[in-house]
Design a protein around this ligand. Structure first.
Ligand code: PLP
Ligand code: ZN
Length: 421
């Protein structure tokens, strides 16, 4: 909190004081990065200090966040982050990779990566004294805001497209948010939420608009480096460990931008030696950023999104520029995968790794497999794949991937013939 200085626009580079803006750059509408005072952080914090913390949540990184503690202890805000990293050594051998890890962010309190962002936005909302926070969401950002707002007793309003999967809508409702299903797509809900926030004096959490979402999301990069240090047996007092490549699914592009910022910050602090190559994976049916990457341009053209991975189904990515640079500035890449590859990855993760991912979560794993085929990663690489959401969010997609279980008579003979079938 004390190290929060102001903002810098990702388009024009202009810097702003803390109180000069709330969302995007007044010049050009560009997304802004929160600027922190790294010299101050170096003096007040260290890898050893953080490693000694008994707080196993995103709040162990409070020294690197632009908010004060929202009073998280003993509430679900305390369960955000510090999600497990699994060592997929059998898969690494099968794929010919040096090492392969999977970090399961489906295990956050509302079962997606979005809790990281919503927890920090709710902390910011409390500290600025706004009465209501609103967000547009394909489901997960809204569920995360509704859940984290409930944990902090803060009123939330959620606008989701009326096509959002039922489990996600149920989550919005149960956390007591005011929920409205918009007769339109996510982009329509986005525009309406911005208009409503401005007209009604509410705080808008929207992804790729509110600068504090990326601040929450960067904590996953911190965790990756700190947790891998523990897993490879590197002393946590000095530098933390960095994988060679990180794979993450991309819709609006805010998760990948947040991860990139997190790695850059650890590098600026001298706590890691280098930034990993970052690979953004999109669905072929929603590939605006991957298209720009392939065309070698920073101009991101909207698409008519059509993919079963609803959490990454986006016509116009709201954080496209920073998301593109997360790959181009780190030597990573963008790849697009088919819906079928996404479903296959869901099944493979469930069966071989015991992780139940939603389609947008398994997309990163599907992309990692394409990267192996294309020779982008190989025997020299230590690779970490993010799963961004739980499969319980969208059981329709998992049933589509696995087919239905047969119904049988409650008789041994029936079981035996079904086993043979
Ligand atoms: C939101 C979301 C993403 C994509 O994040 P962006 O910031 O929109 O790129 C990926 N997976 C899941 C499960 C999500 O909810
Ligand atoms: Zn600007």
């Amino acid at each position: 909190m004390q190290s929060f200085i102001g903002y810098r626009c990702s388009v024009c580079g202009k810097t702003y004081e803390q109180d000069e803006l709330t969302y995007t750059c007044p010049n050009d509408g560009g997304n802004v990065d929160v600027i922190l005072d790294y010299d101050r952080i170096k003096n007040t914090s260290s890898p050893g200090k953080i490693a000694a913390s008994r707080d196993f949540s995103i709040w162990r990184y409070l020294d690197l966040l632009p908010v004060a503690d929202p009073g998280h202890t003993g509430t679900p805000l305390w369960a955000v982050g510090w999600t497990p990293v699994f060592d997929l050594s059998v898969k690494a051998a099968e794929f010919g990779l040096k090492r392969l890890w999977l970090k399961d962010d489906g295990r956050n309190p509302t079962a997606s990566f979005k809790d990281r962002a919503s927890a920090v936005v709710v902390a910011r909302a409390q500290q600025t004294g706004v009465e209501v926070t609103i967000t547009a969401s394909t489901g997960n950002a809204g569920a995360a805001l509704a859940g984290m707002a409930a944990a902090a007793s803060h009123p939330a309003v959620i606008l989701a497209p009326k096509t959002a999967p039922p489990a996600k809508v149920a989550q919005l409702m149960i956390f007591g948010a005011r929920v409205f299903l918009v007769d339109g797509n996510y982009d329509d809900a986005f525009d309406l939420s911005v208009e409503a926030a401005n007209a009604l004096g509410w705080y808008c959490r929207n992804t790729g608009y509110n600068p504090f979402t990326a601040e929450g999301k960067k904590t996953a990069a911190f965790e990756i480096c700190e947790q891998l240090s523990g897993m490879v047996g590197q002393a946590l007092q000095s530098n933390w460990y960095v994988p060679d490549a990180v794979f993450v699914s991309v819709g609006d592009g805010n998760i990948i931008s947040g991860l990139h910022k997190g790695f850059k910050e650890l590098s600026s602090l001298g706590w890691i030696e280098r930034v990993p190559r970052i690979y953004g994976i999109q669905s072929e049916g929603s590939a605006a950023i991957a298209n720009a990457y392939r065309a070698g341009t920073e101009e991101i053209k909207p698409v008519a999104a059509d993919t079963l991975a609803d959490s990454i189904s986006v016509d116009l990515p709201r954080d496209g520029l920073r998301a593109l640079r997360a790959a181009t500035e780190t030597g990573g890449a963008y790849l697009a995968v088919s819906d079928q590859a996404i479903l296959d990855a869901m099944v493979e993760l469930g069966k071989d790794v015991a992780v139940f991912a939603e389609p947008a979560g398994s997309t990163a794993y599907a992309g990692m497999k394409v990267a192996i085929e294309q020779g982008l990663i190989g025997a020299n690489d230590e690779v970490l794949v993010m799963n961004t959401g739980s499969g319980l969010k969208d059981v329709g997609a998992s049933m589509q991937a696995t087919g239905k279980a047969p119904v049988i008579e409650p008789l041994l003979s029936a079981l035996q013939s079904a086993l043979e079938a």
